[in-house]
Design a protein around this ligand. Structure first.
Ligand SMILES: C[S@@+](CC[C@H](N)C(=O)[O-])C[C@H]1O[C@@H](n2cnc3c(N)ncnc32)[C@H](O)[C@@H]1O
Length: 164
């Protein structure tokens, strides 16, 4: 028997897809990119999570940078009431940026096993960023959103096109 290995209890296989890089200077900060094709349904990573207490989250974490890296995590409190706290995702999971239109990675919580599994939603070509959905309420300005031009800027742009 191997030392330190639990004799009973569940074992969660960890898996991480090869051929991924982090690129630092993107409009979304650091991001995860594919360096070769990732076939649809590939498990990209299985990330253990650290579930925060409701109080420690409200008192400390929400006031720090770490808050921008947490996921909603459903729990049942000591009175049996359903609540939503936050969890820190360890591993690559915290590095995935958000895309509203072009998500290519889906994620699933395992509330019992305390892991999140990330899986390719479609074939992801080499060079593409791996993006998930953070949901509808973003706490930052989406770098993908098209900035609407003011009427004045639109006219300026039209004049420029005619001059070119
Ligand atoms: C979980 S982190 C992702 C990794 C992060 N880019 C980094 O450099 O550490 C979440 C943060 O990434 C940035 N981010 C993610 N998706 C973005 C998007 N669509 N547009 C702009 N910023 C984004 C925001 O600053 C957000 O708070």
């Amino acid at each position: 028997m191997q030392m330190g290995r639990a004799e009973s209890g569940s074992e969660i296989p960890l898996q991480r897809c090869a051929d991924l890089v982090i690129i630092s200077d993107t409009p979304k900060g650091r991001g995860v990119f594919a360096t070769s094709v990732i076939p649809a349904r590939t498990v990209i990573d299985v990330c253990p999570v650290l579930v925060l207490g409701l109080e420690e989250n409200a008192k400390y974490i929400e006031k720090t940078q770490l808050y921008h890296y947490t996921y909603n995590w459903p729990i049942v409190d000591q009175h049996g009431k359903k609540k939503v706290t936050q969890a820190i995702i360890l591993g690559l999971g915290s590095m995935f940026n958000h895309s509203t239109q072009e998500q290519n990675v889906g994620w699933e919580r395992d509330l019992k096993g305390l892991v999140v599994t990330y899986r390719a939603l479609r074939d992801i070509p080499a060079g593409e960023e791996l993006c998930i959905s953070y949901g509808a309420r973003l706490t930052f300005k989406d770098a993908d959103s098209v900035v609407a031009l003011s009427e004045e800027d639109e006219i300026k742009q039209l004049i420029q096109i005619e001059l070119d």
